[in-house]
Design a protein around this ligand. Structure first.
Ligand code: UD1
Length: 351
């Protein structure tokens, strides 16, 4: 198939291009080469065309003869400042809207969208007494007092985490998360209008070789890695018991190829929007992540600081069941092995 990949020079996009090529697909790669992801002045890699989706007349021509669009381009990060809202809206929503309109105008009706577990907001919680409960977000006073666990709204008992499935309510908590949910919703509306078919892949915490070095937009694995390289211990926030699902970039790339093949093989009959978790299925605490990276590099032991970031969720870990069912995707890299290997893998230079 002929697949147009946006964000093709990025950490995940470049792995997706490679995997698509390895499976015999022909790739047309685009990237805006934004300075938040690439050092200023970096040329687009060979085979990738510099195109900013927000502002281009070329899209119609680039989409000619394309079977599937795999839309990885996005502005990522914590998204905790209102000042960043226009940037997220422009890169993630306006750009996606332009892409969808151009696709419809030339009759490209299959889309794989890079979404994120941030659309869920807080994960799923269970009270030993009351079962599944809808948690109330932590206040700054709770966090300052070291009350990191969410309490049961009925009895106050600290809640246990459970696996989030795709039917969970979508409650984005940051501007980044809001922009990712809006992107899903534009894609869902487009699937009905075009009509088209969409798989939105909700990535959990992606890590692996060529992850961007420590920047305000980096995930915690790269931040810990960068600290260790500088001889500093990783600083683990809260009490380190917050749970995430770390999924290797090679698995994410494979999930994308399966999704591309799925959207291509089903009718674009307008009923087709599917949101799917992309995760390892092996939840891990942030303290364990730090410990594995320290062990891999024989670096200084992690420090649990009790610091906190106000927008952070306590736990978010995913059920891999639906994606296994729909795409036949099962992660191959368990986080204990992958994170150990990541401790010495190359990183992308800082911007
Ligand atoms: C991350 C991404 C988010 C992405 C999502 C899924 C960032 C900033 N966040 O969210 O954009 O959509 O994964 O891929 O890129 N922590 C420390 N020490 C630090 C930094 C963070 O202990 O120095 C803790 C945080 O408090 C949090 C956990 O590590 O509890 C994870 O943080 P982070 O990597 O930012 O990931 P998410 O919030 O899960």
């Amino acid at each position: 198939m002929r697949v147009l990949v946006t964000g093709a020079a990025g950490f995940i996009g470049s792995a997706v291009c490679q995997e698509l090529g390895a499976r015999g697909h022909r790739v047309v790669g685009l990237d805006a080469m934004i300075p938040q992801a690439h050092p200023r002045g970096t040329a687009a890699p060979e085979g990738v065309r510099r195109v900013d989706l927000r502002d281009t007349e070329e899209l119609g021509a680039l989409l000619r003869d394309i079977d599937v669009v795999c839309h990885q381009a996005a502005m990522v990060g914590a998204g905790s400042s209102p000042a960043d809202m226009p940037m997220y809206a422009a890169h993630n929503d306006l750009a996606t809207a332009r892409l969808l309109a151009a696709m419809a105008s030339v009759g490209v009706d299959r889309l794989v969208l890079a979404s994120s577990m941030v659309v869920y907001g807080e994960g799923r919680y269970r009270c030993p007494e009351h079962g599944d409960v809808d948690p109330v977000a932590r206040t700054t006073a709770d966090l300052r007092a070291g009350r990191f666990d969410l309490p049961c709204p009925d009895c106050g008992t600290p809640l246990d985490w459970a696996l989030v499935d795709e039917g969970a309510r979508l409650r984005p908590r940051t501007s980044y998360a809001a922009s990712k949910l809006a992107q899903e919703q534009f894609a869902n509306a487009w699937a009905g209008q075009a009509p088209g078919r969409v798989v939105a892949l909700r990535y959990h915490n992606v890590y692996g070789p060529m992850m961007p070095r420590d920047t305000p937009y980096s995930g915690v694995a790269a931040i810990f890695r960068s600290a260790l390289e500088g001889g500093e211990p990783p600083r683990v926030f809260e009490d380190g018991r917050q749970m995430r699902d770390f999924v290797h970039v090679s698995d994410v790339a494979r999930a994308n190829v399966l999704a591309v093949e799925r959207v291509a093989s089903r009718p674009a009959d307008g009923g087709g929007f599917e949101g799917l978790n992309v995760c390892s299925g092996a939840p891990i605490s942030i303290a364990e992540v730090a410990g594995l990276l320290c062990a891999g590099l024989s670096g200084p032991a992690p420090v649990v600081t009790g610091e906190f970031r106000s927008g952070d969720v306590r736990h978010v870990v995913a059920s891999p069941a639906r994606t296994a069912d729909v795409l036949g995707f099962v992660a191959e890299v368990p986080p204990d092995r992958g994170l150990r290997e990541f401790s010495t893998a190359p990183l992308r230079p800082a911007s």
